[in-house]
Every structure is written in C-alpha cells, then in structure tokens.
Design a binder for this molecule. Sequence first.
Ligand code: ADP
Length: 290
Amino acid sequence: MDLTLTQTENMIIQKNPLATLSVAVADDHLTKTVLPNKMVISNLSVYYNKFRALTDISVNMPANKITAIIGPSGCGKSTLLRSLNRMNDLVPKFHVEGEINLDGENIYAPGVDVVDVRRRVGMVFQRPNPFPMSIFDNVAYGPRLYGIRNQNILSEIVERSLNQAALWEEVKDSLHKSGMAISGGQQQRLCIARALAVEPDVILMDEPASALDPISTLKIEELMQSLKEIITIGIVTHNMQQAARVSDFTAFMMINQERAGTIVEFGPTAQIFINPQNKQTEDYVTGRFG
Ligand code: ADP
C-alpha cells in the first residue's frame, strides 16, 4: 500500500495549506489522513561538481510532524537535509535540479532571499555548537542579527525560546554564564533555543543526540515531541530505534547503481517499521544490512 500523497492531493493541499482531508484506504481499513505539507521536495537531484549525490528525490514534510530520514552511511541523508535550507550553497560547485517548496514557494527560485530561507528553516547539528558567549547572547544572536535592539524584547525572546527548548528552569539564574560552560545535553538544547529565537517554520536536526548520553538523548526526544506543536521537524538519525520512537513519517534512502542517493520508501513511520512495502526497507529495518 502506498501512503505517499498523490500529485493531485499535494496540489489540493498546496492551494489550501490548512485543508486536512481524510481519505479512507479501502483495502486494509486504515485511514489515511492527508496532511498539509510544510515542505514538498519534487524530483530533486543534487550534484557536488559532476558527482550526482542525490537523484530524483520526491518526498514531503507534513506540517507540525516529525519526518525522519534513515539509511546507510553515505546514502545522502545529510546532503538532503542541508539542501532543505540551502546550507550546501556554501559548497563550491554544488547545484540542484528539481524543486524544494516551502509553503508552496521554491526556495531555489531565482531572487529568493537565502538569509530568509535560513531563518525560516533552522538547523541543529550533531555536535552542540554554542557560540563562545553567554547563554543570553547565544539565544539573542539571531534576533540581534535581524535588527532587534530593545533589551526588554530581547529578554522576552530569550525567555520564550529557552522555555520552548525546555532549558529555562535550568539556566534562568545563570544567563550570563558562558554557553560553553554547561553540559553537552544543555548545550544542545541551547542550540535549539538559538534556532527557535528567530521563529522558524522548520528545524532540521542532523543526528542531534548522537554525541549525548541516554538521559540527555531522552530529553531531546521529549523536546521534539513538544516542539512539533509549533514547528515542523526533519531529523537525520543513524539510530533506527530513535526514528521509530520520535518520528511520524520516515524516508528510507539508499544509493543506486550510480552511487546516487534515492528514496526507497517514504510513509508513516509505523508502516516503514512494521509493514514496509519494499523488500530493501524490510531488510534494513530488521537489521539484515546497513
Ligand atoms: P550520509 O549523510 O547519508 O552519510 P552524505 O550526504 O554525507 O551521506 O554524503 C552523500 C554522498 O555525497 C557521499 O558520497 C559523500 O562522499 C558525498 N559528499 C558529501 N558532502 C560532500 C562535499 N561537500 N563534496 C563532495 N562530495 C560530498
């Protein structure tokens, strides 16, 4: 059973982003809910110079959901994630074909403001990377960059963002302490607060917990669940249990014969892990390879 959305469904949703349609799936009594999409990736191919790292990727990120990207090392997960906020623009001779639509607009269209794309689509990396400045200044960094100078407004943004990142209670009395002088798990939540401070629509997380201990990992996973009420999340993870635990949708990627990354299967996470439609997906999620 293919639970991915048809082109017509996507068109309906893109024209009316708030529409939520329920379509009954007759053959197995499941109900497919057609969700509004925050990002729609269509026929995306990505090149590093002449090397085609991704080919013909079509996948959606439903709004206010967590979409996980899984697959063996080197299949292009990070390349795909970094393409979603034009992070790879900084790589020489990088280019894309196809489209990545954010709220119906192609982020690679000529004239698009890349700084605005990166504000709307934030990123959190594998290793926490707080700036060498205070906790307050880390979170206020983005808003200041966008011209906010008023101290009261900055204080409100810092408190709100740290609250959203489930860090406020732990640091509210030490906002002027260095962002690098707190635990690794707290540093990662600080980086999430820093991303949230500019009110993004989407946050992309590239293995956000792989450098953390199990308790800090759990906190990040719980945080993701609360954050999806306000944003859409994309996560790359090597940890299949994590993908199964936290995500609503999963894209499974592999390389093809030309070594270009492709989507093997995309669908609700329960389908990918319990009832995969593709033999390669089944082999991967049951640990037969990878
Ligand atoms: P994954 O995240 O699944 O491990 P990557 O996206 O890092 O995969 O890499 C996909 C492919 O793209 C690999 O063959 C990798 O060597 C290549 N690649 C990644 N980044 C670059 C780069 N900056 N320049 C050239 N090739 C790259």
